[in-house]
Ligand binder design. Sequence first.
Ligand code: NDP
Length: 483
Amino acid sequence: MRAQPTASHFINGKYVEDTEGREIECIYPATGEVVAKLHSATPAIIEQALESARAGQKIWAAMTGTERGRVLRKAALIIEERNHELSVLETLDTGKPLSETLYVDATSGREALEYFGGLAGSLTGEHIQLGQDWVYTVREPLGVCVGIGAWNYPTQIACWKGAPALACGNAMIFKPSETTPICALKVAEILHEAGLPAGVYNVVQGYGDVGAALVGDARVDKVSLTGSVPTGRKVYAAAAEGMKHVTMELGGKSPMIVFDDADIEDAVSGAILGNFYSSGQVCSNGTRVFVQKGIKKAFLKRLKERTEQAVMGDPMDEATNFGPMVSANQMNIVLGYIDKGVEEGAKLISGGKMAKRDGFFVEPTIFADVTDEMTIAREEIFGPVLSVLDFETEEDVIARANDTEFGLAAGVFTNDLTRAHRVAAAFEAGTCYINTYNLAPVEAPFGGSKASGVGRENSKEAINHYSQVKSIYVAMGPVEAPF
Ligand code: NDP
């Protein structure tokens, strides 16, 4: 099989197998071919992961931040050297075209390891003088962190969670989505090759029940989930039982607003990046594209022309820039939403069908004349379906853009400087864009507000979510007591 890893799990510095676990088939979405067979973790595997993470964390936390950072930065270099091999695996795991994975996935993982490797030696507490007494604070790791990933960016998610957790001195147990089980194993292998002590970064495979068993275990101190809002509600509630720290990176239905004065080619580029990259399987996508009446006709014309230039095909061919859905299930969900769009009266401008080829391909799809109450304007589709909604005034569009339970991202295209900042300030979303869309540099916080999540990934903000501060009061004089 083309992507068969050495074994299903990576625990205590080595590959581990337990064939008693339920089988997981890894299917290449471009052909439907099974490229690897793995096994879900049994209770014995989960136990091994928890015990090795606890033991490994103590060794890791006893090292200096500079020593920890060196390991992360070395892993970043190894990822860079193996970019091509890792990108092919990412493509086999997800179906995303090599023209994306060569530049985005391993690269984004490498950047997280570089960035947090650089920060690791600089994590300190502070000194607070109180007359002659004083307080000092110590930034401590949380302990054992569990990371649970979605299927759209398996390498990136494994690194975005692992790099800050490890920089702070924690151990991690990562459970990938069973749809894309392979890439995180490579991240674990590379971290250990770079000198990570055994047990500090473990990968266990499994379905939701394995994630739930990890979240519910008293030996786990923190849970970081990337997934849908319904799963987020369950995982957050289970973590609350044990009063565990959480980061929730959940779904969205983000707005993108295009004013009459916007640069039309830039706005169309933003709409393409925010709807069709990774075949639309991106949490922060701006799927509700609000277009001001005066620019609508020209915008739709260019959007349709440029979208119809997408090259759908073999993801391993670097000329391909539009791949399949991750699974047959996801394809059927997306086709169901397209049917709903037509049924509810939206105007189909482009796409709308399965492609006539093997694999789980859905054409990039554009709807116009979408209204706020239509299902395709309210629910997260997680596929290549772009909805254009009309608007006239700034006040009206801001109210409509914010009228959603989600708050992950939002974007505005305009050449009016003050309006751009006014609209960005009014957005109820954690990650906002002015005249661009969907960039996620490691240096900037990323995450959602409202139902889209809790906490932030990337940047110095992530350090606060993988460490805690201990205050130590130091008395320099006699102790006064009332009696
Ligand atoms: P799911 O919510 O279905 O699953 C996410 C992960 O949680 C999977 O590994 C899943 O395992 C696991 N899981 C499911 N149930 C439980 C449970 N009760 N306890 C613990 N773990 C559980 O999401 P998808 O994988 O379908 O990914 C798509 C979603 O992810 C979209 O909503 C998208 O918006 C969101 N997402 C958010 C991002 C962000 O940064 N905000 C980025 C990328 C995606 P299993 O797969 O076996 O069910």
